[in-house]
Design a protein around this ligand. Structure first.
Ligand code: NIG
Ligand code: FE
Length: 397
Protein backbone atom coordinates (compact mmCIF):
# COMPACT_ATOMS: atom_id res chain seq x y z
CA UNK A 1 0.00 0.00 0.00
CA UNK A 2 1.15 3.56 -0.65
CA UNK A 3 4.02 2.54 -3.00
CA UNK A 4 4.96 5.13 -5.58
CA UNK A 5 8.13 5.60 -7.63
CA UNK A 6 7.05 9.21 -7.96
CA UNK A 7 5.00 10.08 -4.89
CA UNK A 8 2.01 12.44 -4.93
CA UNK A 9 2.37 15.44 -2.61
CA UNK A 10 -1.36 15.80 -1.98
CA UNK A 11 -4.37 13.65 -2.90
CA UNK A 12 -7.64 15.47 -3.57
CA UNK A 13 -11.22 14.32 -4.16
CA UNK A 14 -11.42 11.24 -6.39
CA UNK A 15 -7.66 10.76 -6.31
CA UNK A 16 -8.05 9.79 -2.66
CA UNK A 17 -9.69 6.54 -3.78
CA UNK A 18 -6.51 4.90 -5.10
CA UNK A 19 -3.37 4.15 -3.20
CA UNK A 20 -0.33 2.82 -5.05
CA UNK A 21 -1.10 -0.85 -4.38
CA UNK A 22 1.04 -3.80 -5.45
CA UNK A 23 0.10 -7.42 -4.87
CA UNK A 24 2.90 -9.87 -3.94
CA UNK A 25 5.61 -7.25 -3.69
CA UNK A 26 8.98 -6.58 -2.06
CA UNK A 27 10.47 -3.49 -0.39
CA UNK A 28 14.22 -3.04 0.12
CA UNK A 29 15.34 -0.80 2.98
CA UNK A 30 18.93 0.36 3.39
CA UNK A 31 20.54 3.01 5.54
CA UNK A 32 17.24 4.18 6.98
CA UNK A 33 15.59 4.84 3.64
CA UNK A 34 13.55 2.93 1.10
CA UNK A 35 15.88 1.76 -1.64
CA UNK A 36 13.49 -0.01 -3.98
CA UNK A 37 10.17 -1.79 -4.28
CA UNK A 38 8.46 -3.83 -6.94
CA UNK A 39 6.69 -7.09 -7.76
CA UNK A 40 8.21 -10.15 -6.07
CA UNK A 41 9.11 -11.63 -9.47
CA UNK A 42 11.68 -8.85 -9.90
CA UNK A 43 13.33 -9.27 -6.49
CA UNK A 44 17.04 -10.19 -6.35
CA UNK A 45 18.75 -11.08 -3.08
CA UNK A 46 21.85 -8.86 -2.69
CA UNK A 47 25.28 -10.56 -2.72
CA UNK A 48 25.98 -9.77 0.92
CA UNK A 49 22.60 -11.26 1.81
CA UNK A 50 19.69 -9.26 3.13
CA UNK A 51 17.90 -9.52 6.42
CA UNK A 52 14.56 -10.72 5.15
CA UNK A 53 11.16 -10.32 6.78
CA UNK A 54 8.51 -12.52 5.19
CA UNK A 55 5.29 -10.50 4.98
CA UNK A 56 3.17 -13.16 3.26
CA UNK A 57 -0.58 -12.65 3.79
CA UNK A 58 0.19 -9.25 5.31
CA UNK A 59 -0.04 -5.64 4.23
CA UNK A 60 3.01 -3.40 4.17
CA UNK A 61 2.28 0.31 4.29
CA UNK A 62 3.87 3.65 5.15
CA UNK A 63 3.64 4.66 8.82
CA UNK A 64 0.96 7.18 9.79
CA UNK A 65 1.73 10.90 9.92
CA UNK A 66 -0.17 12.28 12.89
CA UNK A 67 -0.21 16.00 12.06
CA UNK A 68 -2.19 17.28 15.08
CA UNK A 69 -1.55 16.35 18.73
CA UNK A 70 -1.23 17.91 22.17
CA UNK A 71 0.82 15.14 23.80
CA UNK A 72 2.82 17.34 26.18
CA UNK A 73 0.46 17.57 29.15
CA UNK A 74 0.32 16.83 32.84
CA UNK A 75 -2.19 14.59 34.56
CA UNK A 76 -5.47 13.59 32.98
CA UNK A 77 -9.06 14.89 32.89
CA UNK A 78 -11.33 11.93 33.55
CA UNK A 79 -13.17 14.06 36.14
CA UNK A 80 -14.50 16.22 33.30
CA UNK A 81 -15.29 13.08 31.34
CA UNK A 82 -17.54 12.07 34.22
CA UNK A 83 -19.04 15.59 34.30
CA UNK A 84 -19.94 15.23 30.65
CA UNK A 85 -21.50 11.83 31.30
CA UNK A 86 -23.58 13.62 33.94
CA UNK A 87 -24.78 16.06 31.29
CA UNK A 88 -22.39 19.01 31.07
CA UNK A 89 -21.03 20.06 27.69
CA UNK A 90 -17.38 20.66 26.76
CA UNK A 91 -18.17 24.38 26.39
CA UNK A 92 -19.87 24.55 29.82
CA UNK A 93 -16.88 22.88 31.46
CA UNK A 94 -14.57 25.41 29.79
CA UNK A 95 -16.79 28.33 30.88
CA UNK A 96 -16.58 27.32 34.52
CA UNK A 97 -12.77 27.38 34.28
CA UNK A 98 -12.15 23.70 33.65
CA UNK A 99 -10.97 22.24 30.37
CA UNK A 100 -7.80 23.76 28.95
CA UNK A 101 -7.33 25.92 32.09
CA UNK A 102 -7.46 22.79 34.23
CA UNK A 103 -4.61 21.33 32.16
CA UNK A 104 -2.74 24.66 32.37
CA UNK A 105 -2.81 24.53 36.19
CA UNK A 106 -1.41 21.00 36.19
CA UNK A 107 1.21 21.84 33.62
CA UNK A 108 2.33 24.85 35.64
CA UNK A 109 2.99 22.57 38.61
CA UNK A 110 5.06 20.08 36.57
CA UNK A 111 8.75 20.12 35.77
CA UNK A 112 10.21 19.87 32.31
CA UNK A 113 11.55 16.41 33.11
CA UNK A 114 8.17 15.13 34.26
CA UNK A 115 6.51 16.47 31.13
CA UNK A 116 9.23 15.00 28.96
CA UNK A 117 8.87 11.54 30.49
CA UNK A 118 5.09 11.36 30.19
CA UNK A 119 5.09 12.74 26.63
CA UNK A 120 7.82 10.30 25.57
CA UNK A 121 5.70 7.46 26.92
CA UNK A 122 2.90 8.67 24.65
CA UNK A 123 5.29 8.89 21.69
CA UNK A 124 6.41 5.29 22.22
CA UNK A 125 2.82 4.09 22.49
CA UNK A 126 1.94 5.93 19.27
CA UNK A 127 4.95 4.46 17.49
CA UNK A 128 3.81 1.00 18.56
CA UNK A 129 0.48 1.88 16.92
CA UNK A 130 2.15 2.72 13.62
CA UNK A 131 2.76 6.47 13.88
CA UNK A 132 5.98 7.49 12.16
CA UNK A 133 5.76 11.30 12.46
CA UNK A 134 4.05 13.47 15.03
CA UNK A 135 3.20 17.16 15.37
CA UNK A 136 3.16 18.46 18.96
CA UNK A 137 1.46 21.66 20.11
CA UNK A 138 2.01 23.88 23.11
CA UNK A 139 -1.11 25.57 24.52
CA UNK A 140 -1.37 24.33 28.10
CA UNK A 141 1.09 26.98 29.29
CA UNK A 142 -0.73 30.24 28.54
CA UNK A 143 2.09 32.27 30.10
CA UNK A 144 5.36 33.08 28.40
CA UNK A 145 7.33 30.85 30.78
CA UNK A 146 5.03 27.84 30.60
CA UNK A 147 4.56 28.00 26.83
CA UNK A 148 8.36 28.05 26.49
CA UNK A 149 8.56 25.13 28.92
CA UNK A 150 6.19 23.08 26.75
CA UNK A 151 8.06 23.92 23.57
CA UNK A 152 11.38 23.03 25.16
CA UNK A 153 9.93 19.64 26.03
CA UNK A 154 8.70 19.23 22.44
CA UNK A 155 12.16 20.21 21.22
CA UNK A 156 13.81 17.58 23.42
CA UNK A 157 11.41 15.01 22.03
CA UNK A 158 12.28 16.14 18.52
CA UNK A 159 15.96 15.60 19.31
CA UNK A 160 15.52 12.23 21.02
CA UNK A 161 12.65 10.46 19.25
CA UNK A 162 13.34 8.06 16.41
CA UNK A 163 10.40 9.48 14.47
CA UNK A 164 10.02 12.97 12.97
CA UNK A 165 8.58 15.68 15.21
CA UNK A 166 7.17 19.12 14.31
CA UNK A 167 6.44 21.72 16.99
CA UNK A 168 3.59 24.21 17.00
CA UNK A 169 3.21 27.28 19.20
CA UNK A 170 -0.41 27.42 20.42
CA UNK A 171 -0.30 30.23 23.00
CA UNK A 172 -3.75 31.19 21.67
CA UNK A 173 -5.42 28.01 22.91
CA UNK A 174 -7.58 29.67 25.61
CA UNK A 175 -7.68 32.90 27.61
CA UNK A 176 -5.89 32.45 30.94
CA UNK A 177 -7.78 33.49 34.11
CA UNK A 178 -5.68 36.64 34.50
CA UNK A 179 -7.06 37.91 31.19
CA UNK A 180 -10.73 36.86 31.30
CA UNK A 181 -11.86 40.46 31.22
CA UNK A 182 -9.00 41.68 29.03
CA UNK A 183 -8.92 39.29 26.12
CA UNK A 184 -7.16 41.74 23.82
CA UNK A 185 -4.52 42.12 26.51
CA UNK A 186 -3.70 38.44 26.17
CA UNK A 187 -3.57 38.76 22.38
CA UNK A 188 -1.09 41.64 22.86
CA UNK A 189 1.02 39.44 25.14
CA UNK A 190 1.11 36.73 22.47
CA UNK A 191 1.93 39.16 19.68
CA UNK A 192 4.40 41.36 21.51
CA UNK A 193 6.20 38.93 23.78
CA UNK A 194 5.47 35.28 23.18
CA UNK A 195 5.93 35.05 19.40
CA UNK A 196 9.26 36.94 19.37
CA UNK A 197 10.56 34.84 22.28
CA UNK A 198 9.51 31.52 20.79
CA UNK A 199 11.00 32.48 17.42
CA UNK A 200 14.27 33.77 18.84
CA UNK A 201 14.88 30.46 20.63
CA UNK A 202 13.73 28.55 17.50
CA UNK A 203 11.27 26.55 19.58
CA UNK A 204 8.50 26.15 16.99
CA UNK A 205 7.90 25.33 13.34
CA UNK A 206 4.24 26.41 13.17
CA UNK A 207 1.75 28.72 14.84
CA UNK A 208 -1.79 27.79 15.86
CA UNK A 209 -4.86 29.62 17.20
CA UNK A 210 -8.11 28.11 18.53
CA UNK A 211 -10.38 30.24 16.35
CA UNK A 212 -13.85 29.34 17.54
CA UNK A 213 -16.97 30.49 19.33
CA UNK A 214 -16.04 31.43 22.90
CA UNK A 215 -12.32 31.36 22.11
CA UNK A 216 -10.33 33.56 19.69
CA UNK A 217 -12.19 35.76 17.18
CA UNK A 218 -11.35 35.99 13.51
CA UNK A 219 -9.73 39.41 14.06
CA UNK A 220 -7.62 38.17 16.95
CA UNK A 221 -6.67 35.10 14.93
CA UNK A 222 -5.56 37.21 11.98
CA UNK A 223 -3.40 39.43 14.18
CA UNK A 224 -1.68 36.46 15.75
CA UNK A 225 -1.14 34.59 12.48
CA UNK A 226 0.22 37.66 10.69
CA UNK A 227 2.67 38.23 13.50
CA UNK A 228 3.68 34.57 13.41
CA UNK A 229 4.29 34.81 9.67
CA UNK A 230 6.59 37.79 10.25
CA UNK A 231 8.63 35.50 12.46
CA UNK A 232 8.68 32.60 10.00
CA UNK A 233 5.95 30.53 11.67
CA UNK A 234 3.50 29.01 9.19
CA UNK A 235 -0.12 28.81 10.42
CA UNK A 236 -1.84 25.50 11.23
CA UNK A 237 -5.02 26.35 13.08
CA UNK A 238 -7.96 24.98 15.06
CA UNK A 239 -11.13 26.09 13.29
CA UNK A 240 -14.88 25.46 13.16
CA UNK A 241 -15.00 22.83 15.90
CA UNK A 242 -17.76 24.48 17.93
CA UNK A 243 -19.34 26.74 15.30
CA UNK A 244 -18.92 28.18 11.79
CA UNK A 245 -16.37 30.57 13.24
CA UNK A 246 -14.81 32.03 10.08
CA UNK A 247 -11.66 30.18 11.07
CA UNK A 248 -11.38 28.27 7.80
CA UNK A 249 -11.46 31.48 5.74
CA UNK A 250 -8.95 33.37 7.86
CA UNK A 251 -6.66 30.31 7.86
CA UNK A 252 -6.74 30.04 4.06
CA UNK A 253 -6.22 33.82 3.70
CA UNK A 254 -3.15 33.63 5.91
CA UNK A 255 -1.72 30.71 3.89
CA UNK A 256 -2.26 28.08 6.59
CA UNK A 257 -0.69 24.70 5.89
CA UNK A 258 -3.81 23.18 7.45
CA UNK A 259 -7.09 24.10 9.11
CA UNK A 260 -8.09 21.46 11.61
CA UNK A 261 -11.32 20.05 13.16
CA UNK A 262 -13.96 21.47 10.73
CA UNK A 263 -17.00 19.86 12.33
CA UNK A 264 -18.95 22.96 11.23
CA UNK A 265 -18.28 23.59 7.56
CA UNK A 266 -20.64 24.46 4.74
CA UNK A 267 -20.38 25.66 1.14
CA UNK A 268 -18.52 28.89 2.03
CA UNK A 269 -15.76 26.99 3.84
CA UNK A 270 -15.45 24.43 1.03
CA UNK A 271 -15.22 27.27 -1.48
CA UNK A 272 -12.42 28.88 0.52
CA UNK A 273 -10.50 25.60 0.66
CA UNK A 274 -10.88 24.77 -3.03
CA UNK A 275 -7.72 25.46 -5.00
CA UNK A 276 -5.82 26.55 -1.89
CA UNK A 277 -2.71 24.87 -0.51
CA UNK A 278 -4.45 24.50 2.86
CA UNK A 279 -5.17 20.94 4.00
CA UNK A 280 -8.50 20.21 5.71
CA UNK A 281 -7.44 18.06 8.67
CA UNK A 282 -10.24 16.16 10.36
CA UNK A 283 -10.04 14.85 13.93
CA UNK A 284 -12.89 12.36 14.40
CA UNK A 285 -11.46 11.21 17.73
CA UNK A 286 -12.58 14.52 19.27
CA UNK A 287 -16.11 14.32 17.85
CA UNK A 288 -16.32 10.73 19.08
CA UNK A 289 -15.09 11.47 22.59
CA UNK A 290 -17.17 14.63 23.02
CA UNK A 291 -20.27 13.13 21.37
CA UNK A 292 -20.39 15.96 18.86
CA UNK A 293 -21.08 16.23 15.18
CA UNK A 294 -18.49 14.79 12.78
CA UNK A 295 -16.90 16.82 10.00
CA UNK A 296 -18.68 16.26 6.64
CA UNK A 297 -15.77 14.34 5.14
CA UNK A 298 -17.83 12.56 2.49
CA UNK A 299 -19.20 15.82 1.12
CA UNK A 300 -15.77 17.46 1.19
CA UNK A 301 -14.11 14.63 -0.74
CA UNK A 302 -17.02 14.43 -3.20
CA UNK A 303 -16.53 18.14 -3.82
CA UNK A 304 -12.93 17.48 -4.78
CA UNK A 305 -11.20 18.65 -1.60
CA UNK A 306 -8.17 17.09 0.07
CA UNK A 307 -8.68 15.73 3.57
CA UNK A 308 -6.13 14.60 6.19
CA UNK A 309 -6.78 12.68 9.41
CA UNK A 310 -5.03 13.12 12.75
CA UNK A 311 -5.57 11.94 16.33
CA UNK A 312 -5.75 15.27 18.22
CA UNK A 313 -4.31 13.26 21.15
CA UNK A 314 -4.99 15.46 24.23
CA UNK A 315 -6.41 14.99 27.74
CA UNK A 316 -9.67 16.90 27.20
CA UNK A 317 -11.22 16.02 23.88
CA UNK A 318 -9.32 13.02 22.53
CA UNK A 319 -7.32 10.95 25.00
CA UNK A 320 -6.03 8.51 22.40
CA UNK A 321 -3.21 8.50 19.88
CA UNK A 322 -4.47 5.46 17.98
CA UNK A 323 -4.42 6.25 14.28
CA UNK A 324 -5.89 2.83 13.58
CA UNK A 325 -8.97 3.81 15.57
CA UNK A 326 -9.05 7.16 13.74
CA UNK A 327 -9.23 5.22 10.46
CA UNK A 328 -12.15 3.20 11.83
CA UNK A 329 -13.99 6.36 12.94
CA UNK A 330 -13.35 7.96 9.55
CA UNK A 331 -15.02 5.04 7.81
CA UNK A 332 -17.75 4.23 10.33
CA UNK A 333 -18.76 7.78 11.23
CA UNK A 334 -17.68 9.91 8.26
CA UNK A 335 -18.17 7.45 5.41
CA UNK A 336 -14.62 7.69 4.13
CA UNK A 337 -13.60 4.47 2.38
CA UNK A 338 -10.77 2.54 4.04
CA UNK A 339 -8.42 3.61 1.25
CA UNK A 340 -9.43 7.28 1.51
CA UNK A 341 -8.82 7.15 5.24
CA UNK A 342 -5.43 5.51 4.68
CA UNK A 343 -4.42 8.26 2.22
CA UNK A 344 -5.68 10.93 4.61
CA UNK A 345 -3.51 9.53 7.41
CA UNK A 346 -0.37 9.08 5.29
CA UNK A 347 0.18 11.21 2.14
CA UNK A 348 -2.12 14.04 3.19
CA UNK A 349 -1.01 13.87 6.83
CA UNK A 350 2.61 14.24 5.71
CA UNK A 351 1.61 17.32 3.69
CA UNK A 352 -0.15 18.83 6.70
CA UNK A 353 3.10 18.70 8.66
CA UNK A 354 5.51 19.70 5.92
CA UNK A 355 7.00 16.23 5.51
CA UNK A 356 5.94 15.31 1.97
CA UNK A 357 9.55 14.93 0.80
CA UNK A 358 10.42 12.29 3.36
CA UNK A 359 7.23 10.69 4.73
CA UNK A 360 3.77 9.44 3.83
CA UNK A 361 4.53 6.93 1.05
CA UNK A 362 6.84 4.01 0.32
CA UNK A 363 9.08 5.69 -2.22
CA UNK A 364 12.79 5.24 -2.98
CA UNK A 365 14.73 7.89 -1.07
CA UNK A 366 12.05 8.51 1.56
CA UNK A 367 12.40 7.48 5.22
CA UNK A 368 11.86 3.76 5.71
CA UNK A 369 8.91 4.13 8.08
CA UNK A 370 6.82 1.07 7.50
CA UNK A 371 3.97 -0.83 9.11
CA UNK A 372 3.56 -4.56 8.63
CA UNK A 373 0.11 -5.83 9.56
CA UNK A 374 -0.87 -9.22 10.86
CA UNK A 375 -2.27 -11.57 8.21
CA UNK A 376 -5.46 -9.94 6.88
CA UNK A 377 -7.95 -11.05 4.23
CA UNK A 378 -8.24 -7.52 2.77
CA UNK A 379 -7.14 -3.98 3.46
CA UNK A 380 -10.60 -2.98 4.68
CA UNK A 381 -10.22 -5.54 7.47
CA UNK A 382 -7.73 -3.22 9.24
CA UNK A 383 -10.32 -0.61 10.21
CA UNK A 384 -13.32 -2.97 10.16
CA UNK A 385 -11.83 -5.02 12.97
CA UNK A 386 -11.83 -1.82 14.96
CA UNK A 387 -10.34 -2.77 18.31
CA UNK A 388 -8.06 -5.61 17.26
CA UNK A 389 -4.32 -5.01 17.31
CA UNK A 390 -3.54 -5.79 13.69
CA UNK A 391 -0.21 -4.00 13.53
CA UNK A 392 2.33 -6.78 13.89
CA UNK A 393 5.49 -4.82 13.38
CA UNK A 394 6.69 -1.29 12.79
CA UNK A 395 10.01 -0.31 11.25
CA UNK A 396 11.36 3.23 11.63
CA UNK A 397 14.34 4.34 9.56
O1 NIG B 1 -8.10 20.10 19.64
N1 NIG B 1 -10.09 22.51 20.52
C1 NIG B 1 -9.15 22.89 21.19
N2 NIG B 1 -8.14 22.19 21.67
C2 NIG B 1 -8.13 20.79 21.86
C3 NIG B 1 -8.73 20.38 23.16
C4 NIG B 1 -7.88 20.76 24.26
C5 NIG B 1 -8.36 20.31 25.61
O2 NIG B 1 -9.56 20.18 25.88
O3 NIG B 1 -7.46 20.12 26.42
C6 NIG B 1 -8.72 20.06 20.69
O4 NIG B 1 -9.78 19.44 20.77
FE1 FE C 1 -6.37 20.07 18.90
Amino acid sequence: MGCYADAPVILRGRDMASCGYLDDAYVVIDGGVVEAFGPMSGYKMQESGNYVIDASERYVMPAFCDSHTHIVYAGSREGEYEDRIAGMSYAQIAERGGGILNSADRLHASTENELYRSAMRRVREMMRGGTGAVEIKSGYGLTLEDEMKMLRVATRIKEDAVIAVKRTFLGAHAFPRAFVSDRDGYVRLIVEEMIPAVASEKLADYIDVFCDEGFFTVEQTRRILERGLEYGLTPKIHANELAASGGVQVGVECGALSVDHLEHVGPAECEALRGSGTMATLLPGAAFFLGMEYAPARRMIDEGLAVALASDYNPGSSPSGSMKFVLSLASIKMRMTPVEAFNAATVNGAYAMGLSDTHGTITPGKRANVIITRPMPSFAYLSYQYTEDLIERVIFN
